[in-house]
Design a protein around this ligand. Structure first.
Ligand code: ADP
Length: 299
């Protein structure tokens, strides 16, 4: 079973012909409020791609919070560890998308920023029953560290998707069994620019010195470079006509992790993650674009 410790946001998406100038008022084309946050997106990807999944996180005691919990429920994700805090608002992402598909995004972490190490202690029994912990960096680092450390003590495998990009202390990296990063995250962590499979290999060599042995760098349409004790491998991505790459990384993480939980080899798990992400990029939206496992066979 998988447990995700991470963020839940309501994505408030405004479509506009172009981005407004400071002080300007524009007429937009449409509005949507949809569940998001890297934690929730990865939980949804895990569940749709076949993993029994629980989530630990925080929402506010408000309408968005209730909608986000109801969404987890519809996806079959255990959400007893997602409690509403009365003193903070549910996290939101204000997303503007213009006619050229350029995004500009403001994230208000809200209650995600209040997920605390003691919340992880409260979820210790659920954590101990899991086989894989999946974390990202949209909740406080002290909380991520607590979750990783407790998982280690329980013998639960840990996966960190180190997103959004930031530097991390070595003691956190040393608690990670699987590190999954995109180009900018790999660059931020390693101090080495990454834009190509060859650079990814360089960044991986640096990152492995921190004690994390198994590293996957996702390179968009260029696929994935994976490193483990058997060496370094480049897996090209399936060729598809991408229309919206939102949640590509989240879908990859969910597909990879779900396959690992079924006992797949690293190679098979990377291929499954990439097959799922390749479908997600051909569809608009974040969670709406994440495929179910039975769709993978058709591709
Ligand atoms: P993020 O969304 O975190 O920036 P990437 O852009 O690296 O992550 O995408 C994650 C994975 O999604 C890639 O490794 C690849 O498998 C898949 N992917 C992303 N963009 C494309 C694309 N244009 N064509 C095919 N697969 C893609």
């Amino acid at each position: 079973d998988a447990i995700v410790v991470g963020s839940l946001n309501m994505d408030l998406v405004v479509r506009t012909p172009r981005h407004p100038q400071p002080g300007e008022t524009l007429l937009g084309r449409g509005f949507d409020a949809t569940p998001g946050g890297k934690g929730a997106n990865q939980a949804v990807a895990l569940a749709r791609l076949g993993a029994n999944t629980a989530m630990v996180g925080r929402v506010g005691d408000d309408a968005y919070g209730r909608a986000l919990v109801a969404n987890l429920d519809r996806e079959g994700i255990h959400h007893r560890g997602v409690l509403a805090r009365p003193d903070t608002e549910t996290g939101v992402a204000m997303i503007q998308v213009d006619d050229a598909s350029q995004n500009s995004i403001v994230v208000i972490p809200g209650s995600n920023g209040e997920l605390s190490p003691s919340d992880i202690a409260s979820a210790d029994a659920t954590l101990g029953r899991a086989r894989l912990l999946v974390c990202q960096l949209e909740v406080p680092l002290t909380t991520v560290r607590e979750a990783l450390a407790r998982a280690r003590r329980h013998g639960v495998t840990t996966l960190l998707n180190a997103a959004p990009a930031m530097t991390l202390p070595q003691d956190v990296l040393a608690l990670v069994d699987w590190l999954v990063v995109n180009e900018s995250e790999a660059a931020a962590l390693s101090g080495h620019p990454v834009g190509h499979p060859d650079d990814a290999a360089q960044a991986i060599r640096r990152l492995r010195q921190s004690g994390c042995r198994q590293i996957l760098v996702t390179l968009g349409a260029q696929g994935v470079v994976a490193a483990d004790d058997s060496g370094l491998h480049h897996y090209p991505a399936p060729k598809v006509a991408a229309v919206d790459t939102t949640a590509a990384g989240d879908t990859f993480v969910g597909g990879f992790a779900a396959a690992l939980l079924r006992g797949a080899s690293v190679e098979a798990a990377v291929r499954e993650g990439q097959a799922a992400a390749a479908i997600a990029v051909t569809r608009p939206g974040a969670q709406a674009s994440i495929p179910h496992r039975d769709e993978l066979a058709d591709h």
